[in-house]
Ligand binder design. Structure first.
Ligand code: SF4
Length: 485
């Protein structure tokens, strides 16, 4: 059955998964001009992970299509399952893999169960419900009940396979979700932005929605407001950034006290942050200097790491030393980028020696980094390499986290205090357009699959260029703090 508003559009399991993540995303997938979407390195990383997990799981080369199912192939890819939901909506699904198990179906003494691939440790609602949907459609297709599905994932502990039973509870959850899904898709207007804007980082509609959020002064644009706090503010009648900026502190504190002291205590900060964003004017939070260590420093070492979080592997440690001239100016132009590559875990002890030597040779200078990664990484690397605890403490004693100093000392007219957002606010541009951490990770993973030289070298060069820019961006922020100390 088709629904008038949906017309001839094909409703797929992908749209259903989009809806589970964000109702607006499903609506945009179906109705918005796809030119507004952006390519995201996160999606490419996800596909790469799926491919890796499948390769490890497959017992033989999988076969493709309906004839493979009818002949009882062990594993089948590329199947398109068509069926109807309990409320009569036509839906089409493309499970990544169907696996043969013992049993009876309309094809013989075997049947198939669906296989889903999860990323990360947690089994998400999206994993669970898409698997249940495939099981439900597969039942219509092979005319036999499907009792369970499999969820596979490869990570630092190798391949993990989880069996998910299609219980009454999970089926009821699926049918309820499909009912709401159909109702939402039938709406004429775009649903609002998701309350949890963290989800937007991975979404192909990010730019489109960011523009809308900024235009409308959505509360989620205010730094410090996540999904829960946005709902609370709306409940007490504050609908957007301007309204929050104009609210009196006493009023907000008294209203937020009903939701707990952690909300009450942040009332003043929320209003001040909203004002700073509305007026586009930074506000200093302390009469003290934010970076006093740099007043008499003769130079600074900037440090930035690139890593593969799934493999817990920091593959690049990048450094730039910026010297201070006699006249007090910082000679950024003459600074030299000094990368240390840690190509694989086996060479970690050699990389550690180089990193330790580098940091020790700059022990008279402040070492600036953005966020806690570098500090945690050096502590962990030292521990892994059996380094003396006091020695590690000495190495990190002159580390300065620019991100935490900035947050303690300033409110800026930005929706996020990430390196990218703050540096862009200071008009710093990365040399490689749209480069980000996910893109660097993708380059890294791609380079690992290529033969040394040629394309692999090009990818490594791009990573180094990106890391170099991250170091300079860190410096730009530190420099702004010094100039406004
Ligand atoms: S960018 Fe965010 S709000 Fe927009 S569709 Fe994606 S997840 Fe939803």
């Amino acid at each position: 059955m088709t629904f008038p508003i949906l017309g001839s559009k094909t409703i797929t399991d992908r749209v259903f998964c989009s809806w589970i993540r964000c109702k607006r995303k499903a609506w945009l997938d179906l109705n918005q001009n796809s030119k507004e979407r952006i390519w995201s390195a996160h999606r490419a990383l996800q596909l790469d992970h799926q491919h890796k997990s499948l390769s490890e799981f497959l017992s033989e080369k999988p076969r493709r299509g309906l004839s493979a199912l009818q002949e009882g192939a062990a594993e089948v890819i590329g199947m398109r399952l068509k069926g109807i939901t309990p409320l009569g909506l036509d839906i089409e699904a493309h499970p990544p893999l169907l696996k043969k198990i013992k049993g009876k179906s309309n094809w013989g003494d075997f049947l198939y169960v669906p296989v889903a691939i999860k990323q990360g440790q947690r089994l998400t609602r999206e994993n669970r419900l898409s698997l249940a949907l495939w099981g439900y459609l597969l039942e219509q297709f092979q005319k036999v009940q499907v009792q369970y599905g499999l969820v596979i994932s490869t990570g630092k502990n190798g391949l993990e396979v989880q069996k998910i039973a299609f219980t009454k509870k999970i089926k009821a959850e699926l049918f309820e979700a499909l009912k709401k899904f159909q109702k939402d898709l039938s709406k004429e207007d775009q649903p609002g932005l998701t309350s949890d804007r963290k989800k937007c980082t991975l979404c192909s509609w990010k730019n489109y929605c960011d523009q809308k959020a900024a235009q409308e002064g959505d509360l989620s644009e205010v730094n410090g407001i996540g999904a829960k706090r946005k709902n609370i503010l709306q409940e007490i009648g504050i609908q957007n950034l301007n309204e929050l900026a104009s609210t009196s502190e006493d009023y907000l504190r008294s209203k937020l006290s009903a939701y707990g002291t952690n909300h009450e205590n942040i009332a003043s900060q929320l209003i001040r942050q909203a004002k700073v964003q509305r007026d586009l004017s930074p506000e200093k939070l302390t009469p003290n200097m934010v970076l006093p260590e740099l007043i008499s420093a003769k130079g600074v070492l900037i440090y930035d790491i690139e890593s593969d979080p799934d493999a817990r592997h920091e593959f690049l440690h990048g450094f730039i030393f910026i010297k201070r001239k006699e006249n007090g100016e910082w000679s950024v132009k003459d600074s030299e980028y000094q990368p240390i590559l840690n190509l694989n875990k086996k060479s970690e002890s050699l990389a550690w020696k180089k990193i330790k030597n580098k940091l020790n040779s700059f022990s008279d200078f402040p070492i600036l980094h953005y966020g806690e990664t570098e500090l945690l990484s050096i502590s962990q690397l030292g521990k892994n390499q059996g380094e003396n605890v006091e020695e590690v403490k000495k190495i990190i004693s002159n580390f300065i986290d620019i991100h935490s100093r900035l947050k303690e000392g300033w409110l800026l007219p930005v929706h996020s205090y990430s390196l990218k957002v703050v540096a862009k606010w200071l008009n710093f541009n990365w040399n490689q357009k749209d480069a980000n951490g996910a893109q660097a990770l993708l380059w890294w993973r791609q380079s690992q699959k290529l033969k040394a030289g040629g394309e692999a070298a090009k990818k490594l060069k791009s990573i180094l260029r990106y890391n170099h820019d991250d170091c300079i961006a860190t410096w730009k922020i530190a420099e702004w703090i010094i100039n406004n100390n």
